[in-house]
Design a protein around this ligand. Structure first.
Ligand code: GTP
Ligand code: SPV
Ligand code: MN
Length: 589
């Protein structure tokens, strides 16, 4: 039984929501092992979850979400502010009144016959002055258990909250799962989140994108810090020095993989090591020493399953071997384990696909795992986890990287000229869409700083905040752009990616120490070919040249596209428009 603090605001709000949604029972989550085990058993009894092979996958469960509910729904995600200009041109907007009038009827009585779980959770180490507390009300055991993996949740958070601690009010119900009535609503003026009719991912696990990015970005702007869609990784050199990098890539574009990479053998032999601090979200602050510090507010991974294998990402795979919930992957009925495309070359013959249909991997013509199927794993299960992961002050950042999936335009890597140019490069980020969001896959769209779906306020102001942070940083990280996804004429990736991305990180860190020169181009500073270590790599002839080429014609098209995108903003900082003009002039000059 949870020991409740005498926090009037909390108790009143829970009671108000209970009266609205009328669950049969209310259960406070203290996250004791006894309670979690009871919930797992209940989830198995109701069929929401399936217990996997306890010898091969101890503590692991299998879950399927509704077939119409398999990814974030950006067209049903709203920023609800009194003034639409505060949400800006890139967010869907409703006023708080409109939003509540539309959605309150859906919440009325929606938990009848169900239990309402009250999940107190902390984004960031409990008690750190930089951490923030949320309380999520949900009628899904799957969501409650997932929140207990993804965040620091339970009694310790209630204790920290005390009688007058403040918290983000997070309301979630599976409702009827009706896609037409699905809403993901954010109320930054009252630190509240309401979502209904989805049970999956960023729509339902509100600590993640709803709180740690959309609400937190608003707090960060007000208080002088930043909430970003970034991994945080430490690279240890043979002398034992660790340099940290933060990197923003759009959804399903390689953050988890870069955060846990295993360096190629030639690097391992020299003593290089890589440490994962976070794989999806970074909160960034200016330290007393004038450097930028990053913390990971999460406590788990909600990682893309397909493509995760012993060759590509053994660290993530190891993290999923215990205490993990798998969603929408293939079930192997023979040994009661799981499988997905890219795990290994041995798909089950006697399996069930993500929809529950019989599936034989040897003869199947359809994919067994949903492309956005995922694992929910505690961070502690990852072999390369950094010992700084619970440090409330975070880690000092030497380099910031932006990157996306671009078949043609963007070279393997380039460095920005300075912070302002780096902010421009981030604002110009674009990528092919992936299965992480419902809608068409493979369409190039602009996704500034990989935050297009996650910025909780006007993106023009967001760019200004980035520029402002640069002004205040005495020691600014250098800003880079990478593209692991450049293709040849036949559509093959030119770069091997994954562990070999270490070769690019080495150049980036060498640049941070001014240890290698670079070549000036219209778009930024490029590596000299000889400064990318390709020893032991089997690159196609001419591949590296192609990877490092900048095609002025393609980039002039890029300039046009960006001009169009910028024209949506009436709060675009002049400095960015000047950067765009400068790029165009350099390309034409
Ligand atoms: P979110 O959790 O959605 O924010 O995604 P993420 O950015 O963490 O993406 P993740 O690392 O899970 O990678 C998504 C997909 O891209 C997986 O299928 C990976 O196998 C694939 N991928 C990751 N890194 C590389 C790479 O360097 N090269 C290639 N070709 N594919 C990669
Ligand atoms: C993403 O889509 O960027 C994710 C998964 O990391 S979700 O939690 O659904 O947002
Ligand atoms: Mn993400």
């Amino acid at each position: 039984m949870a020991n409740l603090p005498d926090n009037r605001a909390l108790l009143d709000w829970v009671e108000e929501c209970r009266a609205l949604m009328t669950p049969d029972e209310v259960e406070w989550i203290d996250a004791s092992e006894e309670q979690l085990e009871r919930l797992r058993t209940k989830g198995v009894a109701t069929g929401e979850m399936h217990r996997l092979n306890p010898e091969l996958l101890p503590g692991c469960y299998y879950h399927r979400s509704h077939p119409t509910d398999v990814a974030r729904v950006e067209d049903r995600t709203f920023i609800c502010t009194t003034d639409p200009a505060e949400a800006g041109p890139t967010n869907n907007h409703m006023t708080p009144e409109e939003a509540k009038a539309r959605v309150l009827p859906l919440y009325k009585g929606c938990m009848k016959g169900r239990t309402m779980y009250v999940v107190p959770y902390s984004m960031g180490p409990i008690g750190s002055p930089f951490s923030r507390i949320g309380v999520e009300l949900t009628d899904s055991i799957y969501v409650a258990l997932s929140m207990c993996i993804m965040t620091r949740a339970g009694q310790a958070v209630l204790d920290e909250l005390g009688p007058d601690g403040d918290f983000v009010r997070c309301l979630h119900s599976k409702g009827t799962l009706s896609p037409e009535d699905r809403y993901i609503l954010h109320f930054p003026e009252e630190d509240a989140i309401w979502s209904i009719n989805s049970g999956y991912g960023g729509n339902a696990l509100q600590g993640k994108k709803c709180f740690a990015l959309r609400i937190a970005s608003v707090l960060g702007r007000r208080e002088g810090w930043m909430a970003e869609h970034m991994l945080i990784v430490g690279v240890e050199n043979p002398k034992g020095e660790i340099k940290y990098i933060a990197a923003a890539f759009p959804s399903a574009c390689g953050k988890t993989n870069l955060a846990m990479l295993i360096p190629p053998e030639i690097y391992r032999n020299k003593g290089y090591k890589v440490w994962c601090v976070g794989d999806d979200i970074a909160w960034l602050r200016i330290g007393k020493d004038g450097r930028l510090y990053a913390t990971n507010p999460e406590n788990g991974f909600f990682g893309v399953a397909p493509g995760t294998g012993a060759k590509t990402n053994p660290n993530a795979l190891a993290a999923t071997r215990q205490n993990t919930i798998f969603t929408n992957v293939v079930r192997n009925l023979k040994d009661n384990t799981v499988w997905w495309e890219g795990l290994d070359k041995n798909p089950p013959e006697y399996g069930e696909d993500w929809l529950g249909n019989p599936w034989n991997g040897k003869t199947a013509t359809t994919k067994g795992a949903q492309p956005n199927s995922r694992f929910t794993s505690p961070i502690a299960g990852c072999p390369c986890i950094s010992d700084k992961v619970d440090d409330p002050n975070g880690v000092p950042i030497s380099a910031i990287i932006f990157g996306g999936r671009r078949a043609r335009t963007a070279p393997l890597v380039f460095e920005s000229f300075d912070w302002t140019h780096g902010v421009f490069v981030g604002s110009a980020l674009s990528s092919e869409t992936t299965a992480a969001t419902q809608g068409k896959v493979g369409v190039v769209r602009r996704d500034p700083m990989a935050m297009l779906p996650f910025c909780g306020y006007n993106m023009g102001d967001y760019f200004a905040h980035w520029l402002d942070m640069g002004e205040k940083l005495e020691h600014k990280p250098k800003i880079f752009h990478v593209n692991w996804f450049r293709q040849d004429k036949d559509g093959n990736f030119l770069w091997p990616g994954f562990g070999d991305n270490m070769r690019v990180l080495e150049w980036i860190l060498a640049r941070c120490e001014d240890a290698v020169p670079a070549v000036k181009s219209p778009i930024g500073l490029l590596p000299r070919k000889e400064d990318i270590n390709v020893q032991g790599l089997d690159l196609a002839p001419g591949a590296l040249d192609e990877l490092l080429t900048v095609d002025n014609g393609l980039w002039l098209e890029e300039v046009q596209g960006l001009r169009e995108f910028y024209s949506k903003f009436d709060r675009l900082p002049d400095a960015l428009r000047a950067q765009l003009d400068g790029l165009e002039a350099r390309l034409k000059g």
